[in-house]
Write a protein that binds this ligand. Structure first.
Ligand code: HAM
Length: 443
């Protein structure tokens, strides 16, 4: 029975990926996968649904209270559609980490659902390239994850003018909230929220709210002012020494990154005191990749180091570090910097068609031979009109057309036409026309 009110459009905040959209997504995913494998990462995947407890244990309050899709299944279990991959990853690693050689480098490209207000760069369903390393001594994990990220962006043609990795340390911020400002865990949570909002609410408002945490103590006020004035790697170490802040992992990272062998990575790193990240499990370095385009200055990717994600499964702590890079924000990034290749046409190389019934019987033979030579082709069966053939090919973007039964082509021959410059040659049907096609595809 038909329902005239049924919309053809996808559910709010989700996308129908038509072939032209899917070509773009395939390009992104293939690049992700190529680079991850280049760095020795192995692919994994997990279920779309998880028991809600998995997220209650460690994901941040915003994700749980506002964004999670959950429901009670027919067996009375409350389950959630995955809003992020990291808890699933932790669950999977907890099963196998005793048996597999460490460090463990895994990647995945899951689709995730978050109940958000759809807007530019934010949807309810997105795909996210996740790379995580478990049990690699700090700060080598941090360095490797940053190297991998930079390589991904370079593969897309981006450089230091297009993006930067902004990082901070939870070790540092947790320490200054607890030991320097003496904040309770609720106050610390509100403090992080404020820092997280700092770029949105503007300097004046931020400063007003921030200084309230100093409670009128002028030393604390100047400490906070000095902290939020930090904006470079170089200014960070003197600050840590001046206030005698205990953050050994950050300090060892800062030492390593100064070395000559990491000189290509260093220019991509920006110390940013406003990065804290909303997910509860981070304990070490935290980072976001920013689009530097003035009209699209937003985070494309977020990640960080975590010490004890496996603790929720009563496993011994096994440290890890990783990131999630979203497909929606990455596509916007590539578009605004004009780095996205043209995917408006299909990648099928050749069209085979006939202008008369008699010659149409050769179509499957020609197509078989093309496919046997690893040349992709599609066909128009039976007798076709010239206009239909050229319209169809133009729409699909074939590089070449093999035409049978053209009145200007001698009997027993076929016409091999290049669509780009419309040049053509004729060849006997039982001759070496495949060579003409191969040469034409290369030119
Ligand atoms: P996240 O910061 O929540 O981190 O998400 C990472 C990236 O996913 C964001 O920077 C953004 O590009 C994209 N993203 C997130 N939500 C949306 C949305 N509603 N629409 C479009 N894109 C979105 C995590 O999810 C961590 N689990 C990443 C991680 C892996 N940390 C360690 N390992």
């Amino acid at each position: 029975m038909s329902n005239s009110n049924l919309s053809k459009l996808p559910y709010k905040g989700c996308r129908d990926l038509f072939p032209k959209d899917k070509r773009v997504q395939d390009f992104l995913f293939e690049t992700f996968s190529d680079v991850a494998k280049l760095f020795g990462f192995e692919s994994y995947d997990g279920p779309l649904l998880e028991p809600i407890e998995l997220y209650l244990a460690k994901s941040g309050q915003e994700l749980i209270n506002e964004q999670i899709y959950s429901f009670v299944d027919r067996g009375e279990r409350t389950v959630a559609i995955r809003p992020e991959m990291t808890p699933t990853l932790a669950r999977m690693v907890a099963q196998v980490h005793r048996e597999v050689p460490l460090p463990l480098r895994w990647f995945s490209i899951p689709n995730l659902m978050r109940y958000e207000r759809p807007q530019k760069g934010r949807l309810r369903e997105h795909w996210q390239f996740n790379c995580d390393i478990f049990s690699l001594e700090s700060p080598y994990g941090e360095i490797e994850i940053f190297q991998l990220l930079v390589e991904v962006f370079k593969r897309f043609g981006a450089n230091r003018n297009h993006f930067a990795i902004h990082f901070n340390s939870r070790e540092l911020v947790d320490g200054l909230a607890k030991n320097y400002l003496h904040l309770s865990s609720e106050q610390s949570y509100a403090f992080y929220k404020l820092i997280d909002r700092s770029k949105k609410i503007g300097q004046k408002e931020f400063k007003k709210e921030l200084l309230a945490y100093a409670g009128g103590d002028t030393n604390k006020q100047s400490f906070l002012e000095n902290y939020f004035a930090l904006n470079s790697l170089e200014s960070l170490s003197p600050f840590i020494s001046k206030y005698q802040l205990a953050c050994p992992r950050l300090a060892s990272f800062l030492e390593l990154i100064q070395k000559e062998e990491f000189s290509l990575l260093k220019p991509f790193l920006v110390y940013d005191p406003t990065i804290v990240r909303g997910l509860d499990y981070y304990t070490g370095l935290v980072f976001e990749v920013f689009n530097l385009h003035p009209d699209h200055n937003r985070a494309l990717c977020g990640g960080g180091a975590y010490d004890n994600l496996l603790g929720i499964f009563n496993e011994k702590p096994l440290g890890g570090i990783g990131f999630g890079l979203g497909d929606v924000t990455l596509k916007d990034f590539l578009e605004c910097h004009q780095l996205l290749p043209d995917f408006s046409k299909s990648k099928t190389q050749v069209l085979v068609a006939a202008l008369d019934e008699k010659n149409s019987s050769f179509i499957p033979i020609i197509a078989n031979q093309l496919r046997a030579n690893h040349i992709s082709c599609d066909v128009l069966w039976g007798e076709q009109k010239t206009k239909k053939i050229f319209n169809y090919s133009d729409h699909k973007g074939h590089q070449m057309i093999i035409l049978l039964g053209d009145s200007n082509t001698p009997q027993g021959e076929l016409l091999v036409k290049k669509t780009k410059d419309r040049s053509h040659v004729t060849c006997p049907i039982d001759g070496d026309w495949i060579q003409q096609v191969k040469t034409g595809l290369l030119s």
